[in-house]
Design a protein around this ligand. Structure first.
Ligand code: 2M8
Ligand code: MG
Ligand code: MG
Length: 275
């Protein structure tokens, strides 16, 4: 298995960012060497701290699929279309964020009173809205590829705003709290790239991909993985995922639901197979 998981609202609690209910399951996966690959809208700056906290040392997919950071221990060889960054190989899919900042600026005359965005917000603002500490909010603001937008207008104007962004070449994904404005990559494209590379380098393994997510920005990976789990959210309705086969929805929300599903789909069948 390769387990691709969203963080906020999925492996981490939507409000408190706690992983506690999933800790034991994470530990069992680690002892079985089953990789858990954070696939998140968070930045690489945030992921360095979070990986440490979650005891994860494999790849991570950051900024909604804009880049994949792969430790050298995860693959046999450097994939050709990656670059070196310390002890990681990095695959990038997206333009730099200044392209999207420029487009947001162009839309300010029409929509400027209805939205704000990370680059225009102080660390204190980001901290207040997300509940992150000022240190973590600083890491969340360290974005390379995309820009989170806080929409403050009504739904009708939001649709017009999204259309305007798209007509200028941006793509827009819904996170738990923000609209993420970026290039055309998504978590599904990144998942597919990493699975393909892994299968190429380890053809003897029968590799299955599992994706877990709670939000609109998870739809592409939930539609791409071999098995998909929609994790229920206490804050918003589940995303509309276009598949029927191998699609599960958790009973509980957040990390409680995450642990239930991973146990049912991955750990319990493994135990039964070794009896
Ligand atoms: C933002 O991402 C979440 C993901 O669902 C959102 O859109 O609400 C990002 O800025 C991320 O970097 C940050 O850690 C998170 C904090 O809630 O918010
Ligand atoms: Mg989420
Ligand atoms: Mg996310």
């Amino acid at each position: 298995w390769l387990i691709f998981t969203d963080l906020d609202g999925t492996l981490l609690d939507h409000d408190t960012y706690s992983v506690a209910p999933a800790k034991d399951t994470l530990h069992q996966l680690a002892t079985k060497h089953i990789p858990v690959i954070p696939t998140t809208s968070k930045t690489f700056a945030e992921m360095k701290a979070i990986n440490k906290n979650l005891n994860l040392n494999g790849p991570c997919i950051v900024e909604n699929g804009a880049a994949i950071h792969i430790p050298h221990t995860f693959l046999k060889q450097k994939p050709t279309d990656t670059r070196w960054q310390g002890n990681m190989w990095v695959k990038t899919f997206s333009n730099q964020k200044r392209v999207w900042l420029e487009i947001l600026n162009q839309l300010k005359p029409e929509f400027g009173d209805k939205f704000t965005h990370f680059d225009a917000m102080s660390v204190g603002d980001v901290s207040n809205i997300t509940g992150l500490s000022t240190h973590d909010a600083t890491l969340a603001k360290t974005r390379q590829f995309g820009e989170p937008v806080l929409w403050q207008g009504d739904e009708k104007d939001k649709l017009r705003f999204i259309d305007a962004l798209k007509s200028k070449g941006a793509s827009v994904l819904h996170g738990g709290r923000f609209l993420h404005v970026s290039g055309h990559g998504d978590k599904g494209q990144a998942l597919k790239w990493l699975c393909d590379e892994y299968r190429r380098q380890f053809p003897e393994q029968d590799t299955h991909s599992l994706a877990l997510g709670d939000g609109g920005n998870d739809i592409a990976m939930l539609e791409t993985a071999d098995v998909a789990v929609i994790v229920r959210s206490p804050a918003h309705s589940p995303p509309t995922v276009n598949r029927t086969h191998q699609l599960h929805v958790t009973r509980s929300t957040g990390p409680v639901g995450w642990a239930e599903s991973v146990n049912e789909l991955v750990l319990t069948p493994l135990k039964e197979a070794t009896w």
